[in-house]
Design a protein around this ligand. Structure first.
Ligand code: THU
Length: 135
């Protein structure tokens, strides 16, 4: 799948937004190694702080379906912005932990502008995952 095709998936994911408070829909799409594409949209709440961004919706959905970091090939994110959308700080922290370090991340807008990046560029000098003990 090309980056343009994955961006189209993110645009389709954006249609599933629930954003009556901001009226700003965001879509994200994850391409998995088995060819599956997982969509995420921003889902808002009247208690604004409980809203979930598209990026986290997509990643939490993937993990909830049993996928892990190593299953992810690429991620695309889109919104109705002049320049390619820029993920919020909270999402960068989550992406840092749940995406492989070299995963191509395609930031885009609805007009076909695409900026390719990686998590290290979005979140330099990050607080990384702590060691977990095996249960
Ligand atoms: N939002 C995302 O879903 N992803 C981003 O990268 C930026 C912001 C959402 C949060 C909120 O629902 C709306 O966009 C406006 O901030």
């Amino acid at each position: 799948m090309t980056k343009e095709q994955l961006v189209k998936e993110a645009i389709a994911a954006r249609q599933k937004t629930f954003s009556p408070y901001s009226n700003f829909g965001v879509g994200a799409a994850l391409l998995m190694k088995d060819g599956t594409v997982i969509h995420g949209a921003n889902i808002e709440n009247a208690s604004f702080g409980l809203s979930n961004c598209a990026e986290r919706s997509a990643l939490f959905s993937a993990y909830s379906q049993g996928y892990h970091k190593e299953d992810i090939v690429a991620m695309a994110i889109t919104g109705d912005t002049e320049n390619p959308i820029s993920p919020c700080g909270a999402c960068r922290q989550v992406m840092n932990e749940l995406l492989p370090k070299q995963t191509p991340i395609y930031l885009s807008n609805l007009n076909g502008l695409i900026k390719e990046t990686v998590i290290k560029e979005l979140l330099p000098y990050s607080f990384d995952e702590i060691e977990h003990n095996e249960e």
